[in-house]
Ligand binder design. Structure first.
Ligand code: AMP
Length: 482
């Protein structure tokens, strides 16, 4: 029989993960941790807790942390251990089934997993596992890790975790909860951040250090690329040796845009890096102008650096409505366009008759920049110069940032001079890769970066047909063939 399946197109894991070990208010801490990581994903949020005796307690929902958790859910989430997740899907649909943490009961006992990143060989692993009878409950790439672990019947959970990860390629910063420990891991390239901290007698793991500040967690260290640790009553144990930092491929776009400015990654503070990007940009593309304005909030620090370096006055002429979510985190094109229009308003008096430099972190589809130039011209700006604090985005990301289709990237479609006319700007300048690397502390920090979205040089091979709904489509194709 053939079924009629409508392939529902969802935008594809930009996510935040958080874990607490050994604290009586684990769920409350996790909730606040997720608040601090909200910028990493606004579609769903979830927390799983354990007290070592009763089954795990899990609460997940669609929407913001503030919409998902209330006092009733927090009192239900009892236990001294918790893991939490905020999600913006890049693999798998945006629905509650795919919200994390994913919890299972298997040969390894109860497990709950929260993942940030994209596993590039997930569909191959899944096909192999299903061939052996695995029944998947989600269409996320993350679930394969739990199924791989379940295959290691009789082995210690730590060994099963490392074994599963050794078969998993791509980007993962993970926290995994068992009935009595927290395991945490970064992929060997260290694509996504993950930091370890200490709170009283317990430990905290978070995607970004900004989540520590809020809770007065003492920062201990970043997990190293490739490192796998377990946290239990005896402390922190390394299960898989770290890779050297210079062989890493840390996502440089975390510094450009994605991470919060108050986070520090491998010793480099994100806001300081952004200020340096602005300085580099001002040296690379100087311009005679009266005013430097950022596209808030993403362009704020780079614009500050640009203005300082160029000696041009800085002003906050765009006023952001903070009650609208990040535009790109909204799933449909319709909503995206709408949000671009309602998100920023201009203080017309500040720009009228002036030669204005507008600084933003990146141009992806170009919708935002084009709309901003139009606003400025309508408000009577004499000249509009666009400066962008990273190189042109020409290639898809397969490691957890949502620009999977190169055709949707403006710089993939047009050369820079035509982008300038498309945006109707008087000049356009993008920071080059060398300047960006310097701004992010390279080579002093010794950290290696992934810049595949600018260069097309991918540190880990990926499946050519990889896109967000790959797991859903292969499932549908199998059903349709029956
Ligand atoms: P646009 O060029 O209109 O697609 O919007 C680009 C703006 O969205 C940039 O200024 C970034 O601040 C932000 N952005 C960052 N990452 C992404 C992403 N993955 N997809 C879309 N927009 C993003």
């Amino acid at each position: 029989m053939r079924y009629q399946w409508e392939v529902r197109l969802y935008p594809g894991e930009e996510c935040g993960v958080f874990a607490v070990y050994g604290h009586p208010n684990a769920a409350t801490l996790a909730t606040y941790g997720l608040y601090a990581l909200q910028h990493r994903g606004e579609e769903s949020a979830g927390i799983a807790t354990a007290d070592g005796k009763r089954p795990f307690r899990i609460h997940r929902g669609m929407g913001l942390v503030s919409q998902v958790f209330d006092s009733a859910s927090l009192s239900f989430l009892s236990g001294q251990m918790a893991i939490g997740h905020v999600r913006y899907s890049t693999t798998g649909s945006s629905n509650l089934t795919n919200a994390q943490p994913i919890a299972v009961v298997c040969s390894q006992g109860e497990l709950a997993l929260a993942h940030n990143g994209d596993i590039v060989n997930a569909s191959d692993l899944r096909a192999r596992l299903e061939g052996r009878g695995s029944i998947f409950q989600t269409t996320t790439d993350s679930e394969v890790i739990l199924h791989l672990m379940a295959q290691r019947v009789g082995k210690p959970v730590e060994e099963a975790f490392v074994w599963a990860l050794d078969q998993t390629e791509g980007a993962y910063s993970l926290v995994l909860m068992t009935k009595d420990k927290i395991l945490a891991a970064r992929d060997p390239q260290g694509f996504r951040p993950l930091s370890l901290g200490r709170l009283d007698d317990g430990y905290v793991v978070a995607s970004e250090t900004c989540a520590f500040d809020l809770l007065h967690v003492e920062f201990l260290r970043d997990l190293a690329p490739g490192e796998v640790v377990s946290i239990d009553a005896e402390g922190v144990h390394t299960l898989r040796a770290p890779k050297p930092l210079d062989t890493a491929a840390f996502c440089i776009f975390e510094f450009v845009y994605f991470a919060r400015p108050d986070s520090t990654i491998h010793g480099v503070n994100v806001s300081q890096a952004r200020i340096q990007m602005g300085r580099e940009l001002a040296r690379l593309y100087p311009v005679e102008a009266d005013l430097v304005i950022p596209v808030p909030d993403s362009g704020n620090y780079a614009a500050l650096g640009f203005a300082e370096e160029a000696g041009i006055p800085f002003d906050l002429a765009f006023v952001r409505n903070h009650y609208i979510g990040r535009t790109f985190l909204q799933p449909t094109q319709l909503i995206r366009d709408f949000n671009v229009r309602i998100k920023l308003n201009l203080v017309q008096e500040s720009v009228r008759g002036k030669r204005v430099v507008v600084v933003d972190d990146s141009i992806v589809r170009g919708t935002t920049a084009r709309a901003r130039v139009a606003n400025l011209r309508e408000a009577g700006a004499a000249e509009v110069h666009i400066r962008v604090s990273c190189p042109p985005h020409r290639f898809a990301c397969h490691y957890g940032i949502d620009f999977p289709d190169p055709r949707s990237l403006l710089a993939n479609q047009l050369p820079v001079d035509r982008i300038q006319s498309y945006l109707n700007a008087d000049s356009l300048g993008y920071l080059d890769l060398d300047g960006l690397l310097r701004a992010c502390g390279s080579p002093q920090s010794g950290m290696g970066f992934c810049s595949a979205c600018f260069t097309g040089r991918y540190p880990v091979a990926f499946h050519q047909g990889l896109h967000k709904e790959i797991l859903e489509r292969s499932q549908l194709a199998r059903l349709a063939a029956k």
